[in-house]
Design a protein around this ligand. Structure first.
Ligand SMILES: Nc1ncnc2c1ncn2[C@@H]1O[C@H](COP(=O)(O)OP(=O)(O)OP(=O)(O)O)[C@@H](O)[C@H]1O
Ligand SMILES: Cc1ncc(C[n+]2csc(CCO)c2C)c(N)n1
Length: 303
């Protein structure tokens, strides 16, 4: 699948990470200054950190929570295995049916997310993928709690991509003028783990990150796409300045000027065969990056 990042925005403002992570009310609008932002927490199949973690904060703040296939096993193991909710037994000789995709709506899932105890009990509103990783018992368990199971039979896209494409489809059919057309996606587990999967997540960020805000996340780092033009990145600004990097992934090179870093670039050309700014340090609450081409920005998470 060949795609290119579009040069959509001349000026981009990222309210992240502090506003999303450290907001005081679980469901307050995420961007205080803009239209209410809808946050989709997309859990990928990687280790979940449960103690004082980004995971729990973001889970609570999200408006919708979706597991990519085997990520549902991680959620089950982390929050349900030791103390499961009551669910009728699954007939052991019967595997879940694999039918073409179910038809649900974004509105229906948002309603479930708002009205049920999904947030506190760590139940996702949906599981989506080719479903070769989610265990039948885990699928049965969550299905019993109103989790939509969306099957996509495709061996040319990863389950992360399948989830984004499904979200596009759901949002296209959503059609509520008061709502934002595109959610912000937090992909928890989008960094770290197997290198090919990690690179595939960066591919997703590069190719889809111009269409909606996407944040790749681990407990250590956040990555987002900077678009050609002027980008204002609101950074964590606590006791210690976080480490950061500017990565020319997907482009041959980019010409970059920055403000707010310890080692600023001044009309400098960055590329994988030339200058690469890593182990840089954020020195201001807002970093300004002016670039000719898309870039991946990464910053350390301070908790
Ligand atoms: N080892 C891993 N390291 C990093 N990310 C992973 C890893 N395994 C899975 N993921 C992420 O979680 C998503 C869901 O994973 P899934 O449970 O479907 O495993 P998979 O079948 O190995 O992944 P896929 O089918 O997408 O290649 C993947 O699309 C990918 O983004
Ligand atoms: C050139 C090429 N390389 C690898 C795969 C394998 N693959 C990529 S995404 C995916 C789906 C995983 O759920 C699988 C099996 C392919 N299809 N085409």
């Amino acid at each position: 699948m060949a795609m290119t990042a579009t040069s959509a925005a001349l000026r981009t403002f990222y309210h992240f990470p502090s506003r999303i992570i450290y907001g005081t009310k679980p469901r307050e609008p995420l961007a205080a200054a803009g239209p209410a932002e809808r946050l989709v927490f997309l859990l990928l199949n990687q280790r979940i950190s449960t103690s004082d973690s980004l995971f729990t904060r973001l889970w609570r703040r999200a408006h919708l929570r979706i597991c990519a296939d085997g990520a549902a096993n991680r959620l089950y193991n982390a929050f349900h295995q030791a103390n499961p909710l009551v669910v009728p037994d699954r007939p052991t000789n019967q595997l879940p049916q694999r039918k073409p995709a179910t038809s649900t709506t974004l509105r229906a899932m948002l309603t479930v997310a708002e009205t049920s105890s999904h947030t506190n009990q760590y139940i996702p509103e949906a599981i989506c993928g080719d479903l070769d990783s989610v265990l039948p018992d885990v699928e049965h368990y969550f299905s019993h709690h109103q989790t939509v199971v969306h099957y996509v039979d495709d061996q040319d896209t990863t389950d992360f991509m399948k989830n984004l494409l499904w979200l596009d489809d759901l949002e296209q059919r959503h059609g509520d003028a008061t709502d934002p057309a595109k959610s912000t996606v937090i992909a928890y587990g989008g960094l770290g783990g197997r290198l090919d999967q990690s690179m595939s997540s960066l591919y997703v960020l590069y190719n889809y990150g111009a269409q909606r805000p996407i944040y790749l996340l681990s407990e250590e780092s956040i990555a987002l796409l900077l678009l050609p033009g002027v980008n204002h990145v609101e950074c964590d600004w606590f006791d210690q300045s976080p480490a950061c990097g500017i990565l020319p992934i997907g482009v041959t090179s980019a010409t970059v000027t920055t403000q707010g870093l310890r080692w600023n670039l001044n009309n400098a050309q960055t590329s994988f065969s030339g200058l690469l700014s890593t182990s840089n340090i954020v020195d201001k609450p807002v970093v300004v990056v002016t670039t000719t081409d898309p870039l991946i920005w990464t910053v350390e998470v301070r908790k």
